[in-house]
Design a protein around this ligand. Structure first.
Ligand code: ZN
Length: 128
């Protein structure tokens, strides 16, 4: 089953990207959201970083078609995923991109899909 990513999905995705950019304190970045030109990509979204004087520019491309429903949860997950690539960009060196991607999957799972979101968890009381 193939699901088209509509302009409404794109708008919702862009709103979520801006939200995570803000809460992660990445306001020194310019993050653009674009719909990808081509079809048939096997990923939901991907990111391209600028070089040299555009080193603080990130362009996020969302695929035109998804293999799962682009509902609000999937759009939220994908937006956070891509913004976490921006967060971790300074750590990147040749050869660590795959490990960085795995860390992002863990962060999205922890931040979005635990029974309680992180920001509602009680701080543990420690007796000393
Ligand atoms: Zn990724």
């Amino acid at each position: 089953m193939i699901y088209p990513v509509t302009p409404a999905h794109l708008a919702s995705f862009a709103t979520k990207v801006a939200h995570y950019q803000r809460i992660l304190g990445l306001t020194d970045w310019r993050i653009e959201v674009h719909q990808a030109e081509g079809d048939g990509d096997d990923v939901y979204a991907w990111i391209k970083f600028g070089v040299e004087e555009e080193s603080m520019l990130a362009r996020i491309f969302i695929s035109r078609e998804w293999r799962t429903m682009p509902d609000k949860h999937a759009l939220d997950d994908t937006a956070l995923h891509e913004v976490l690539h921006v967060l971790l960009r300074p750590l990147l060196a040749d050869g660590v991109a795959r490990e960085e991607h795995a860390v992002i999957h863990r962060l999205v799972d922890v931040m979005l899909w635990q029974k309680q979101p992180l920001n509602t968890l009680e701080t543990p009381v420690v007796d000393d």
